[in-house]
Write a protein that binds this ligand. Structure first.
Ligand code: BES
Ligand code: MN
Ligand code: ZN
Length: 486
């Protein structure tokens, strides 16, 4: 969908369809004027039985112009979530029509017009689900956003919203791909394609290179897989080489059968989404480089399958990770943390300013938080705070959880190795996993771990990738780049 900003009044617009958001009881948003023709329209709508519940829409034809009414729900309940629900419903109902809307009509208390534009753009671009093919912005649909905001401010909000919307679509598309297509080699090829971007370099480590490196965590997990593992390394230089890079790490398990600790068959198909962290950081990398953000960015993706096989790693095996620490395997289904252990160790080469890893790591995070918030585990208060701010702006929610305390560390003690890879079943699994990772993160570098196991896709008969936490990461990177140039 093409999105355009206009400072003209919407009444001068001659497009086919005008969006009219409205509260229950036909209360109009504050800024909207009650003209005689609007009163007449609302009277007709009242007779139709339309109640303006949040997310409900009604098309009304007057002369040649259509009005698409969008219910916002009760005025006193109208908040960020209601706005996003209603605006998504509006773009879905509008289809391919030529649209016009008034940005100020959608205003949410305590949120700027820039914020409204950002989220209208994200909603407009992400209503179609990229299940079978990637979504290109080639379609004919167009939406003119009328606003009183200064053109420059409106444009920069729109540009960020478009970048985020397109990045969400790419991450969704990668996530939705079938696991026989989206293999570790496929992810590596997708990463290679990004070499075409300015100031980008890409390095792929195959299994031979991983052996030479000593990446025993990744190699243990991939032993049972017919498709070989890859460690993918991308660098974008958008700032002086003296500026330490921000490092993003993604879990790229392209299918998690559980290994010898085989998962039950029910919903095993959804384990194709176990590379959602990788999809998110790859998409964020592409967008940050294309936007030419003034920062240095390194992305590391550890990609493998986790399969049962005669050659697979076993429960009770002791493996040596890239850091040199040994791990007693107590459950082969806790594979993500083994890949991430090596990937986190590897990031030290780049002396990063900070490291953020994104992983569908534990079913336990869904028990702890549900599927609205990502689980956040951070070893640094400033990183935690800036991520919370970015989550607030992007409406990509997270919640900080405890980890790496003596209590959690005691759960990972091993008689035969430096650590076990799992703790006792049913006790704070998301926090225990983060505690395992903390051993491999440099304690002098700000580090955050995002457990997105409950938020990266919607489960069900027709599971769908959500593209999360792309919006969070891009909002955060954007925020960081503003701070760096000040
Ligand atoms: N990829 C899974 C996590 C997961 C499970 C995501 C269910 C979404 C839904 C991860 O590799 C895993 O299997 N974790 C185990 C850890 C356990 C063995 C300590 C889990 O959560 O059951
Ligand atoms: Mn697993
Ligand atoms: Zn997994």
């Amino acid at each position: 969908m093409k999105l355009v900003i206009s400072s003209d009044s919407i009444s001068k617009n001659s497009t086919e369809t005008v969006l009219l958001p409205i509260f229950e009881g036909f209360e109009l948003p504050e800024c909207m004027r009650r003209t005689a023709s609007l009163e007449k329209l609302l009277e007709r709508v009242g007779q139709s039985g339309f109640k303006a519940c949040c997310g409900k829409t009604l098309r009304v034809l007057e002369n040649t112009r259509q009005t698409l009414l969008i219910g916002l729900g009760k005025a006193e309940d109208y908040d960020e979530d209601a706005f996003i629900k209603a605006s998504c419903a509006a773009f879905k109902a509008a289809g391919d029509a030529e649209l016009a809307l008034n940005v100020e009509d959608w205003a949410v208390e305590n949120r700027s017009a820039e914020w409204t534009i950002l989220h209208l753009a994200i909603a407009a671009l992400t209503v179609k689900e990229p299940t079978k093919e990637p979504i290109e912005s080639k379609d004919n649909a167009c939406c003119v956003m009328h606003t009183r905001l200064a053109a420059q401010d409106a444009m920069s909000a729109l540009e960020l919203g478009q970048a985020i919307g397109n990045a969400i679509n790419r991450a969704k598309y990668l996530g939705n791909l079938a696991p026989n297509i989206c293999t570790p080699q496929y992810l590596a090829k997708e990463a290679q394609k990004l070499r075409k971007l300015k100031n980008v370099t890409v390095k792929i480590h195959d299994e031979k290179a991983l052996q030479k490196l000593g990446a025993g965590g990744i190699l243990a997990v991939s032993r049972g897989a017919a498709n070989p593992a890859r460690l993918i390394e991308l660098h974008y230089k958008g700032a002086d080489k003296s500026v330490s890079p921000i490092c993003l790490v993604g879990k790229g398990i392209t299918f998690d059968a559980g290994g010898l600790c085989l998962k039950p068959g029910r919903r095993m198909n959804e384990m194709k989404y176990d590379m959602a962290g990788a999809a998110a950081v790859l998409s964020v990398f592409e967008t940050a480089a294309a936007m030419r953000l003034p920062l240095n960015l390194t992305v590391i993706v550890a990609a493998s399958e986790n399969m049962p096989d005669g050659n697979a790693y076993r429960p009770a095996d002791v493996i040596t990770t890239l850091s040199g620490d040994t791990v007693e395997i107590t459950n082969t289904d806790a594979e993500g943390r083994l890949l991430l252990a090596d990937a986190l160790t590897y990031t030290a080469h780049f002396e990063p300013a900070c490291v953020i890893d994104v992983a569908t790591l534990t079913g336990a995070v869904q028990v702890a938080l549900g599927d609205y918030h990502h689980g956040l585990f951070a070893n640094d208060p400033i990183l935690r705070q800036t991520l919370e701010e970015a989550a607030d702006v992007s409406q990509d929610a997270l919640w900080a959880l405890p980890f790496d305390t003596p209590y959690y560390r005691s759960m990972l003690k091993s008689n035969v190795a430096d650590t076990q890879n799992t703790g006792p079943a049913g006790l704070g699994g998301a926090s225990v996993a983060a505690t395992f990772l903390a051993r491999f993160a440099d304690c002098d570098t700000p580090w955050a771990h995002l457990d997105v196991a409950a938020t990266a896709w919607k489960s069900g008969q027709q599971p769908l990738s959500t593209g999360r936490p792309v919006a969070l990461l891009l909002a955060w990177l954007h925020q960081q780049s503003v701070e760096q140039t000040l």
